[in-house]
Write a protein that binds this ligand. Structure first.
Ligand code: SF4
Length: 225
């Protein structure tokens, strides 16, 4: 059983896993998105392990920043952290032909599918009856699209359930920001892949803004740039 969280004063709904399950594998994309998910599950006494598989994140420097921060936050609570392959070549292979698709389109469906497929496989092979993800807590994402991908991946295994809990509700979105500021998490400025970086920078240029400087922006801290 995981220990209690640092933040205990927050009122959250009591969470229970589907089907009376006793543990869950949490696919995590980064510390800012998973901070509230992690603390909410800790507050409800849910036993979980983090699975970090995000081969979409580009470049490697951004990937390492997001991963290391998530790992350090998990260590703070003694939460097991599975550091899966970067697997970048496979991601680019699957993204072929989708380079100019918009965010929330078919490239993103592929990207979520890929991450959930690997999470579901690990869960199946390692005795986790439930999977869930921090991906849906961000208001920039299409929650239905994410849930469809999560369900599709879990359905391949009769012993596995995708938990489609809405982490945004009950003040979850607000606490996500509060925790990010409290922890001074790295503030990513694009979704993650090379194409989202390209498109965000193109948009910024159009607005007359500076392009993204990786590793410089943190929640609750003034820009270093
Ligand atoms: S925009 Fe985000 S979700 Fe879509 S493909 Fe890129 S990294 Fe994946």
């Amino acid at each position: 059983m995981n220990p209690q969280p640092v933040t205990t004063a927050v009122q959250r709904p009591k969470l229970t896993l589907p089907n009376g399950a006793n543990k869950v594998l949490l696919h995590s994309c980064c510390a800012p998105c998973s901070g509230e998910v992690m603390e909410a599950m800790l507050a409800s006494g849910i036993d979980y392990t983090i699975y970090f598989y995000n081969p979409n994140i580009h470049p490697k420097k951004e990937y390492e920043i997001r991963k290391d921060e998530n790992k350090a936050f998990a260590e703070k609570f003694n939460i097991p952290f599975i550091d899966a392959d970067y697997d970048m070549d496979n991601w680019f292979e699957r993204a072929k032909g989708m380079e100019f698709e918009p965010e929330r389109g078919i490239r993103c469906t592929m990207c979520f599918d890929m991450r959930f497929e690997r999470t579901a496989l690990y869960a199946h092979e390692n005795g986790f009856p439930v999977i869930t993800s921090s991906l849906g807590i961000s208001r920039w994402k299409n929650m239905q699209q994410i849930n469809d991908c999560g369900k599709r991946a879990a359905e391949k295994y009769p012993d596995l359930t995708y938990w489609d809990y809405n982490w945004r509700k009950g003040g979850g979105s607000q606490r996500m920001i509060e925790i990010s500021k409290r922890e001074q998490f790295y503030q990513q400025e694009y979704c993650g892949c090379a194409y989202s970086l390209r498109d965000t920078n193109a948009w910024r240029r159009e607005q007359g803004r500076e392009t993204i400087k990786i590793g410089t922006k943190y929640y609750g801290v003034e820009d270093e740039a």
